[in-house]
Design a protein. Sequence first.
Lengths: 303, 156
Amino acid sequence: MATASDNLRRARPLLGTFVEVTTAGAARSEMNAAIDAAFEAVADVHRLMSFHDDDSDVSRLNREAWLRPVEVHAWTFRVLEAVVEMHHRSKGVFDVTIAPALQAMGLLPRRHDDPPIAAQARLFDAIELREGKIVRFRHPDVRIDLGGIAKGFAVDRALEALRRFGIGSGMVNASGDLAAFGQEPQTIHLRHPRDPRLVIGYVDVADEALASSARRFGPLQSADTTASAIIDPGTGTPTDAIDGATVRAPSCMIADALTKIVMISGTDVVEWLEHYHASALLVSTDGDVRITPDWHNAVHLAA
Amino acid sequence: MSWIRYTLPAAAIMSIASPAYAVQYLSIEEAQKQAFPSATHFTEVQAGRVWKAEAGGHVAGFFVFDRVVGKHLYIDYAVALTPSGAVHSVEILQYRESYGGEIRSASWLAQFVGKTSGSALKINGDIRNIAGATLSSTHVTEGVKRVLAAYGNRLR
């Protein structure tokens, strides 16, 4: 076990979950400052991209981007560029305009000016990006939620903040969406998507990102899992194609977004994974595990 | 490229099951220093729960320790308040997760006392980092609101 002098781990409630930052290989005061900076970066992403906060870029877009062009923060624009690119590449499977479906499930709050849920039609390519970080929506009913990608982006920004300090290694873990740097690989155990008490195996992570999606569970209530919060834009309802997915990619934003695509499309995602230099592990509804061949040697399954 | 398929033996999954998982992040003393690095003195205002942080004779803020208790889970956290009673920071001190009955017993809780930061407790096996289902921090957020309601205006 690491001793307190060469390892510092802290956690804060951010992004609706627990964000944990681990550092090693520096003086304690330096690691504390680095962790503070990492949490600050996550809090900045939270402020910009929260659906719940009226002052966030996301809320301003949802209120105004149909009426007039809206300028957003450079970070929000970067996420939206990735959103639009992945929306096109996945032929609409990755879609951030599913906020009304999450509202209908009670997972996101509704506002007085939101359109009636029954009126929602499938909207393809609803977001227009212009020069100068300007965003416009192409339909009055568009409501976006960046919950499927912003957490990964926040992890990337936090890791970037850590790297600016002279520390040997670091990891940021936002409840399973994580990224690490440094010479020591970090061992990550993977929960079984149907029963969080069980571990299906582990994987070592070094200088890369990992994101997982699964059924939701609340350890304060019980170990029982519920349906996923990932909406299949084709049906407007939670996906049940597979039970869980873990994606490894160079950035956590890409890994986070790809888990949504894998959860919806199952095994039909290989060319998209290859495009993003990503690997994946998925747990089927029958309990079988499937791993892309470029990754299966790195994943240690329970045997 | 095609997927490689594995069937996990149920017995193998069960054998490495982790009924309890816990991480010790910071002790109360460490969290106090982290929240108020300039403070020279912490005075206990309410035993084991509220401290006043002082720096060079003036009040730097207040430090409130609290615990969220769920069905099978305790999370220790601390809220640092500014001298005017606003939230300065919220830090998790200890995260515990268990689905067995052991977490309710005093001896199970006692094993965490006095642990210093950085020690991920290896209660069952060797699990330091875990990924999978997303955990909700709603209960901590609600706890912070209760702390604010209870102390935000009272500690001046």
